[in-house]
Write a protein that binds this ligand. Structure first.
Ligand SMILES: *Cc1c(COP(=O)(O)O)cnc(C)c1O
Length: 384
C-alpha cells in the first residue's frame, strides 16, 4: 500500500480492551458494517444496532440510557436542546386539525411554537390556567391530542396538580407531556404521577455548568417512543458526543449539586421573604408559591430557581436599578449552573395578574449564601 492509502486504512494498533470508569467520546458519522446484508438505517439503534451517527454514537446512547434509568422511562432520546425536545413532542403528538393545551405559565419559547409553527400547521394550541387541576376535563375536545404540563411554571412558579390532570387526560385517551427541567428528572417522579412523555433541558441541572446545550425526551411506554422516534429521525436532531460526555460527567455530581443548591436557595428565599420591600416569594417550598400543597404532596425536594416580587412602593425603574447594582449575581438567562443569576421580567403575561415590572427571577449558584444575601441587601439599599 502507498503511504497515502495507509493513512486512511489504519488497522487498529493499540489494544482495544481499555476499561475506563468514563464513557469515551465516540465521534463519527459513518458506521462501518461487516457486509451488505448487515446495512440498516434505523433510528432505533439500541434495538437494531448502530446505523448512523445522526441517531447518536455510543456516547449519546449511554446518556440516553442513563436518563431513562433515572426517570424510570421505557426509553429516552437525546436532542440538541430543551427547545428541540419541546418541538419534537409537539410534532410527534399533533397533526393538522389537532387541538393541544399548554399552561399559560409555560416556558416562553414553548408558547412561541404554539403560536408560530403549530398555528401554521393548523394545530390549535389553547392556553390554560396552570392551577386548573381536574377542571382540565372541560377543555378536552374530541380532537385534543396533547396536553402540556410544566411544573413549576416558568417565572411564576405554579406547581401543578399533575395526578388530577393526567387522570382527566387519560379518561379521554390524551397524551400528557411534562417539561420536567426544574426537577432535573429526579425531584418529581413524572411517570409515577401519570405523565406519558417527560422532557428536560439537560442544559440546566444535568449539564450543570452553563457550558452545554442538550435536551432529553423520555417515553413511559413503547407506544409513545414509537411515535417520537420517526419524527426525531425525520428532523435530524443530531447531538455532539462531546456535549453528551459533559452531560454524563454532570450526572455524576448531580446529587451533591442539587443538595447544595436546595440548601443555599432556601436560605436566600427565606431571607427575601422577611424583607419589607419584598411582597411575595414564589419558591415551591414556601407557602406563598401557588400550588405549594401539591409540592408538599408530590415532590422530594426543591431546586435553585425562584422568583420574587417587590412591593408596590418600588417603581419598575427602581427594580432595574436594583438589578444593575448586584455584583455577585450576574444578569443572565438560563439557570441550573454554578453561578447565581438574576433577571427582571418586565412584561410577564398572565391573564389574571399584572406584575407591573416588579418580578425578578433568581438562580442560586454554589456561592456562599451569606455572600449572596449581602449582595441582595446592598443592591436593595441602592433602591431605598
Ligand atoms: C431552558 C429551558 C428550556 C429550553 O432549554 P434549551 O436547552 O435552552 O433549549 C425548556 N424548558 C424550560 C423550563 C427551560 O427553563
Amino acid at each position: 500500500m502507498d503511504w497515502r492509502t495507509k493513512l486512511l486504512n489504519p488497522s487498529p494498533q493499540a489494544r482495544r480492551d481499555y476499561t475506563s470508569l468514563v464513557t469515551p467520546v465516540y465521534r463519527g458519522s459513518t458506521v462501518v458494517f461487516p457486509d451488505q446484508a448487515s446495512v440498516v438505517d434505523s433510528w432505533q439503534q439500541a434495538r437494531d444496532g448502530y446505523s448512523y451517527g445522526l441517531y447518536g454514537t455510543p456516547t449519546a446512547l449511554e446518556l440516553a440510557a442513563r436518563i431513562a434509568t433515572i426517570e424510570g422511562a421505557h426509553e429516552t432520546l437525546i436532542v440538541p436542546g430543551g427547545q428541540a425536545a419541546i418541538a419534537l413532542v409537539y410534532l410527534a403528538f399533533c397533526k393538522a386539525g389537532s387541538h393541544a393545551l399548554v399552561p399559560y405559565s409555560a416556558y416562553g419559547p414553548n408558547k412561541a411554537i404554539a403560536e408560530g409553527l403549530m398555528r401554521g400547521l393548523d394545530v390549535e394550541v389553547e392556553a390554560y390556567d396552570p392551577m386548573i387541576g381536574a377542571g382540565i376535563a372541560d377543555l378536552i375536545r374530541d380532537n385534543t391530542t396533547l396536553i402540556w404540563c410544566e411544573s413549576p411554571g416558568s417565572v411564576t412558579m405554579e406547581i401543578q396538580d399533575i395526578p388530577a390532570i393526567t387522570e382527566a387526560a387519560h379518561a379521554r385517551d390524551v397524551t400528557v407531556a411534562l417539561d420536567n427541567t426544574y426537577a432535573a428528572g429526579v425531584l418529581f417522579d413524572a411517570f409515577a404521577h401519570g405523565i406519558d412523555v417527560s422532557m428536560q433541558a439537560l442544559t440546566k441541572y444535568v449539564g450543570g455548568h452553563s457550558d452545554l446545550l442538550l435536551g432529553s425526551v423520555s417515553a413511559r411506554t413503547p407506544q409513545a417512543f414509537e411515535k417520537l422516534g420517526p419524527i426525531y429521525q425525520q428532523l435530524g436532531l443530531a447531538v455532539s458526543p462531546d456535549d453528551c460526555s459533559l452531560a454524563l460527567r454532570g450526572l455524576q455530581t448531580l446529587s451533591v449539586r442539587l443538595d447544595a443548591l436546595e440548601r443555599g436557595t432556601l436560605q436566600v428565599a427565606r431571607w427575601l421573604a422577611d424583607q419589607p420591600i419584598v411582597s411575595h416569594v414564589f419558591h415551591p417550598a414556601l407557602p406563598d408559591c401557588p400550588g405549594h400543597d401539591h409540592w408538599v404532596r408530590d415532590w422530594s425536594g426543591s431546586a435553585s430557581v425562584f422568583s420574587f416580587t417587590f412591593a408596590e412602593q418600588v417603581a419598575p425603574e427602581q427594580v432595574v436599578t436594583f438589578l444593575n447594582a448586584l455584583a455577585i449575581f450576574k444578569i443572565g438567562l438560563s439557570w441550573g449552573g454554578v453561578n447565581s443569576l438574576a433577571v427582571v421580567y418586565p412584561d410577564v403575561e398572565r391573564p389574571t395578574q399584572d406584575f407591573g415590572g416588579r418580578i425578578v427571577r433568581l438562580n442560586i449558584g454554589l456561592e456562599t449564601p451569606e455572600d449572596l444575601i449581602n449582595d441582595l441587601s446592598q443592591a436593595m439599599q441602592a433602591v431605598l
